[in-house]
Design a protein around this ligand. Structure first.
Ligand code: PHE
Length: 360
């Protein structure tokens, strides 16, 4: 009799606990407390071994029935709690269908990085590979090997940043152009050579179109029979591709660089409309790159034989192309890290330039 009462009391207790469980975690604790391995009901079932057969039978039936009813109560409560949780989420979470489909990410790709990548894509497509060199160069790589002897006026024109003299008296420099990579490439590669070398360059100069650090891409093509026609075709194709034009008006203007002979600067036709430049046509000219046939002294300095190897080289300002292509007036703003400027002129990280899909 007491046993029956105990079971009734236990059942009431357990059902009350089940009803009071306010979340699924609490309910699970109740279940373990009653039906788990060490739970109250499981303990009572284990204790039945001590009873005589008659009692064991009736108690067993009662416990099984109790277990079933408690399990049922737990299952029912579980459903109730699940529904409550869902209702709460439906009431508090909602989607604003007027928001743009994809939030614009905070960060943008800098126009210099974008143009850099565009240049690599274009020359990659023409079969060039990418070479690199250090920012800190010896006098030899930056000047001497490039046929710029000590007393040469080009040294002054380069507005060089010099380091303090080394023990042997020589002074390292921050490279003033990417041309030293020509020498480094010749030292470690055999013709045919077809490389570009994009990178940072440094000159002590600052105004609207000059910054102390800027970017260039060097190009070098060497083989036994490379001539001016190859230079002209390659750079024409490059200009069409980078400015995304079917045709560009170009002018190959004779010039002078110590490391090329003959040398020419390349101007591109343009017009000015309301202070904005339009590239590719018109009667005005903009200088965009320096180039020429590599000087025999430079080929020799690179460790190759100028009687067997010849070719062309060029240097383009990446920042200058970015300014022209994307209509950015002041070069200094490129390096001020002003977020408003970056948001305006920057590119989405998803907008990776490739020739098939269009560059910009
Ligand atoms: N190094 C030259 C400059 O910085 C550009 C150039 C490179 C010219 C290669 C000719 C050949 O102005």
């Amino acid at each position: 009799m007491t046993e029956t009462l105990d079971l009734e009391k236990l059942e009431q207790d357990l059902i009350a606990q089940v009803d009071q469980a306010s979340n699924e975690q609490a309910l699970e604790e109740v279940r373990i407390g009653a039906l788990g391995k060490k739970g109250t009901i499981s303990a009572m079932m284990k204790g039945m071994g001590k009873l005589d057969p008659e009692q064991r039978k009736s108690t067993g039936q009662a416990l099984n029935a109790l277990k079933a009813r408690v399990s049922q109560a737990i299952a029912t409560q579980k459903e109730v709690l699940k529904k409550q949780a869902m209702d709460l989420r439906l009431a508090t979470e909602h989607v604003d269908v007027t928001l743009p489909a994809r939030k614009r990410s905070e960060g943008t790709i800098h126009p210099v990085s974008q143009v850099w990548e565009e240049v690599v894509q274009i020359f990659g497509d023409l079969g060039f590979s990418v070479a690199e060199g250090p920012h800190i160069e010896s006098d030899w790589y930056n000047f001497g090997a490039l046929n710029i002897p000590d007393e040469h006026p080009a040294r002054q024109e380069h507005d060089t940043f010099y380091f303090n003299p080394d023990k042997d008296g020589s002074r390292k420099v921050l490279r003033t152009h990417t041309s030293p990579v020509q020498i480094r490439t010749m030292e470690t590669n055999q013709p045919p050579i077809r490389i570009i070398a994009p990178g940072r360059t440094f000159r002590c100069d600052s105004d609207q179109t000059h910054t102390p650090m800027f970017h260039q891409v060097e190009g070098l093509v060497l083989d036994s029979d490379i001539h001016l026609g190859h230079l002209k075709w390659t750079l024409t194709e490059f200009c069409k591709a980078i400015f995304e034009l079917d045709d560009v008006k170009m002018r190959f203007r004779s010039s002078h660089f110590p490391f090329t002979e003959p040398s020419m600067e390349i101007d591109i036709g343009c017009t000015w409309e309301n202070g904005q430049v339009k590239i590719g046509e018109g009667d005005d000219w903009l200088e965009i790159l320096g180039s020429g046939m590599v000087h025999p002294n430079v080929i020799r300095a690179g460790g190759l034989d100028p009687d067997k190897v010849q070719g062309f080289a060029f240097g383009v300002g990446i920042d200058r192309i970015a300014m022209l292509k994307y209509g950015i007036p002041d070069l200094r703003a490129f390096f001020e890290s002003d977020l408003r400027w970056l948001r305006h002129y920057g590119f989405s990280a998803l907008n990776v330039p490739n020739l098939a899909g269009g560059l910009s």
